[in-house]
Design a protein. Structure first.
Length: 209
C-alpha cells in the first residue's frame, strides 16, 4: 500500500530516490486508490493538526506531479481545516473559549472589522498557528461556505510553492542537481514566501485601518 515504504537503509539520496520511484510505480499501478489514500491521510493530518503537513505536501509534489497534487492538497487541507472549525463550533466551543480567550478577542475584533478578509489575511500570513486559526474561526460569525472558499483561495499560493519544491526535489538524481535552475527557483520561492506574505499582511492591516 502506498505511503508505507520507509528508507530502512538510511536517508541517503540513493535510498530516498529508490523509495520515491517505488511510490511512483505504485501510484501508476493504482492511481485512484493511491490518490484516495493520500487525500485521506492529508485530511486527517490537517484536521487533527498532526505535525508533518509540510513533508506530506513535498511528497505529494514528488509522486503525483504539480497539477494533480495541487488539486489533492488544496481540497484536502481545506476539508481538514473545515472539519477542525466545525469541531470547534459544535463540540469544543467551551474549551476553545477558555483556552484561547485572549486570542479570541483579537480574532472577533478582526472579523467584525474586516469580515472574511481578516481570515484571508491570517491564512496568507498566519498571526496564529494553522490549528488555532481553525479553532478560533469556529467561534466567529463566519459561515461555513465563506470559511471554505476563503481558506482554499488563501492557502493555494503556499500550496503550489511547496508542491513545486517537492516536484523539483523528486527530480534530483545527484547532489549536483541542487544547483539546477529548476531547483534554485523552487528554493528561491520557498525563501521568498514568508517575506511576501509578511508584506501582504502589513499592506492589508494598513489598508483596513
Amino acid at each position: 500500500m502506498v505511503f508505507t515504504l520507509l528508507p530502512a537503509g538510511g536517508f541517503s539520496l540513493a535510498s530516498l530516490k529508490s523509495h520515491q520511484l517505488a511510490l511512483i510505480a505504485e501510484v501508476n499501478q493504482a492511481p485512484l486508490r493511491s490518490a484516495a489514500i493520500y487525500f485521506f491521510v492529508y485530511v486527517l493530518v490537517s484536521a487533527l493538526s498532526i505535525p508533518g503537513a509540510a513533508v506530506l505536501t513535498l511528497l505529494g509534489g514528488a509522486i503525483f506531479g504539480l497539477v494533480q497534487a495541487t488539486f489533492l492538497v488544496s481540497f484536502a487541507s481545506t476539508l481538514g481545516a473545515t472539519l477542525a472549525m466545525l469541531a470547534s463550533r459544535y463540540l469544543l466551543r467551551d474549551w476553545v473559549q477558555r483556552r484561547f480567550a485572549g486570542q479570541m478577542a483579537s480574532v472577533n475584533a478582526g472579523v467584525e472589522r474586516d469580515g472574511a478578509f481578516y481570515l484571508f489575511a491570517l491564512r496568507l500570513m498566519p498571526l496564529f498557528p494553522f490549528f488555532m486559526v481553525n479553532l478560533l474561526a469556529g467561534l466567529t460569525t463566519l459561515t461555513l461556505s465563506r470559511y471554505w472558499w476563503v481558506s482554499q483561495v488563501a492557502m493555494l499560493p503556499a500550496t503550489v510553492i511547496f508542491l513545486n519544491a517537492g516536484r523539483a526535489l523528486g527530480k534530483l538524481t545527484s547532489l549536483r542537481d541542487i544547483l539546477s535552475p529548476e531547483m534554485l527557483i523552487a528554493l528561491t520561492l520557498l525563501g521568498i514566501l514568508p517575506l511576501a506574505t509578511r508584506w501582504l499582511f502589513s499592506r492589508f492591516t494598513r489598508i483596513s485601518h
